[in-house]
Write a protein of this length. Structure first.
Length: 352
């Protein structure tokens, strides 16, 4: 069966037209190899699900293989997720419904993905490397950071950096660079080569602070895939797949992950010109996008980072813009917390 549009070939194998015969539905179940198929109308909108068990019950109920009985055999009330449904929510839904597959539907009700228990627990390994920036002093969290680097501060019994690595591993990342400077030995002694976590860790050792971008010049091996760069003091459930897809599909040389942020002014704001009142806004709220400290950098873009000097990663993006190169902006919808201040750490630990 052929489907129009830009449907992923793997997903197309899971679709069966509502007017198909039971035999054709069984062939789709066999070809899809997921023990489930999705019944679609003429517009490819999913209107029901059909499992091996549904087809078997139809046959036991007297349906012949050439009968067109899918409307009666399919499950009309099936569970599904949206593109932006968080991973934790997907897992909770699958556990609650005791199902091994959960379709992902777009705004038109068409199949655009499929979550499986195996993929959620052990996702396919991605070829991308991740750089985690863990070399800063964390002066705002003194005196706690006098003997332990900020990314190693514990939250619920586990260092922030370890939580970040484990989350990225849950998204299919297995290869990591960790940039270290201040108290870097604490990080190395804890993680080693990463084998205890089931990943590979190499260290970008800064002899002096290189800023958030300078450490990229220390990478001494060629990269074939976009590089994920993440601040080491984040607690986040960001969807790496969505971020990488956005970066690749948009043809960007770099992508900045952002978060919406509101600033509420508790006073009336006055707009004046030459001593005269022009406008007055009572307690306005200003909304903006802030840098979330999560980036994707294409391999060729790394070559723009100067070696041997401090270089903020924001300067790298400025260089890209000066050269007319496209830099993407992707909003991270999932859980995110920058643990850079005492009140942030208290919130992460549940003390607020």
């Amino acid at each position: 069966m052929r489907w129009g549009g830009n449907l992923n070939p793997k997903l197309s194998k899971l679709l069966v037209p509502v007017d198909a015969t039971l035999l054709e539905a069984l062939e789709v179940l066999e070809a899809g190899a997921q023990s489930i198929a999705f019944v679609c109308d003429a517009d490819q909108k999913v209107i029901g699900s059909l499992t091996d068990g549904d087809a078997r019950r139809a046959i036991l109920g007297g349906a012949s293989l050439d009968s067109r009985c899918l409307r009666a055999s399919m499950q009309r009330k099936f569970a599904y997720a949206r593109r932006d449904t968080e991973r934790a929510t997907v897992l909770d839904l699958m556990r609650a419904r005791d199902i091994g597959q959960l379709p992902v539907l777009d705004d038109h009700g068409r199949l655009c993905g499929l979550h499986t228990v195996g993929q959620m627990i052990s996702p396919d390994e991605r070829p991308n490397w991740a750089v985690i920036l863990a070399g800063g002093r964390g002066t705002r969290l003194a005196p706690m950071t006098e003997t332990i680097p900020k990314p190693m501060l514990p939250v619920a019994g586990r260092p922030i950096l370890e939580r970040l690595i484990l989350h990225l591993m849950s998204q299919g990342i297995r290869n990591f660079y960790v940039s270290i400077n201040y108290l870097g030995h604490v990080v190395e002694e804890h993680f080693g080569d990463g084998s205890s976590l089931g990943c590979r860790i190499e260290y970008l050792r800064e002899s002096f602070p290189l800023g958030t971008g300078g450490c990229l010049a220390l990478i001494d091996q060629p990269l074939n895939d976009p590089l994920i760069v993440v601040n080491g003091d984040l607690l986040t459930q960001c969807d790496v797949g969505q971020l990488l897809d956005f970066h690749t599909d948009g043809g960007y040389v770099a992508t900045v992950g952002v978060r919406p942020h509101a600033v509420d002014v508790p006073y009336g704001v006055v707009e004046a010109c030459d001593g005269r009142l022009v406008g007055l806004t009572e307690k306005p709220s200003y909304r903006m996008l802030i840098n979330a400290g999560v980036y994707v950098i294409s391999p060729d873009t790394i070559k723009l980072v100067p070696g041997g000097e401090e270089h903020p990663i924001t300067d790298l993006f400025a260089t890209c813009l000066e050269r007319g190169l496209a830099v993407g902006v992707h909003t991270l919808e999932q859980e995110w917390l920058d643990v850079g201040r005492h009140e942030d750490l208290q919130r992460a630990r549940g003390d607020q």
